[in-house]
Ligand binder design. Sequence first.
Ligand SMILES: *Cc1c(COP(=O)(O)O)cnc(C)c1O
Length: 236
Amino acid sequence: MSNIQQNIQHITSQINAAEKKCGRPQGDVQLLAVSKTKPVAAIYDALQAGQCKFGENYVQEGVDKTQYFADNHPELSIEWHFIGPIQSNKTRPIAESFAWVHSIDRAKIAQRLNDQRPVALLPLQVLIQVNTSGEASKSGVSGDEVFELARLISELPNLTLRGVMSIPENVSDYQSQLAAFKTLAEVKDALVKQYPQVDTLSMGMSGDMEAAIEAGSTLVRIGTAIFGARDYSNKA
Ligand SMILES: *Cc1c(COP(=O)(O)O)cnc(C)c1O
C-alpha cells in the first residue's frame, strides 16, 4: 500500500472515531481529498484506495486535472469540487468542469456560474462560503448576507443550493475551533428550514477535523494529511 493509501485509511479511521465519540452514525461524514498542487499520479493513487471526491483551488490546474482523467481514465467516476477563491472572469471553466463549488461569496459569481453551466450537465451543486471569524478573515459572506444570497441561488435553475462552507481562523485550541464551527452549523440549520435540499456542512481541515465533526460537519476537506505538505514554489 502506498503512503497516500495508508494516509486515507488512517484519516478514515480518525473520522470514524470522531463520529463515534460524538454519537454520530458511522459514515455520516464524507471525505473530500484536497489535491491542489499535487500531480495527477497522487490523485490516481488515492482513487485506487476508493477515494472519489477531490477538491481543487486553482482554476487552470483543476481544469487540467479533470481533463486528464476524462481523457485517460473515462472509466473512473470522480466528483470534482472547486473550493478556491473565484474571480468573475474565471467562472466559465469552473461551470464547465466541476460538479460542486464550495466558495460562492457573491451574487455576481452565482449568476455567472448559472448562466455558464452547460445545459447538458446536471445543475452545479453549490455551497455559500460564510465568514465565521469576523475581522480575522476576509473571505466569505457574513451571517446576515447568507440568506439573501441563498434566495438568489434558489431562483437560478442551473444551480442547486446544498449548504455552507467556511475556513475559520487557524487556531489550535479545540474550544475555539468548536465555537466557530457551531456558528456555521446554526446557519445551515436555519437554511434547511427554507431550503429542504440543503444537507451539506463543508468544514474541517487536517488541523481541526475533530471539532468540525463534533459540530456537525458532513464533509471534511483534507489535503496535507493525505498528500503531505504542499510546494507552492511554482504558484507565485
Ligand atoms: C487547502 C485547503 C484545504 C486543505 O487543507 P489542509 O490543511 O491541507 O488539510 C481545505 N479547504 C480549503 C478551502 C483549502 O484551500
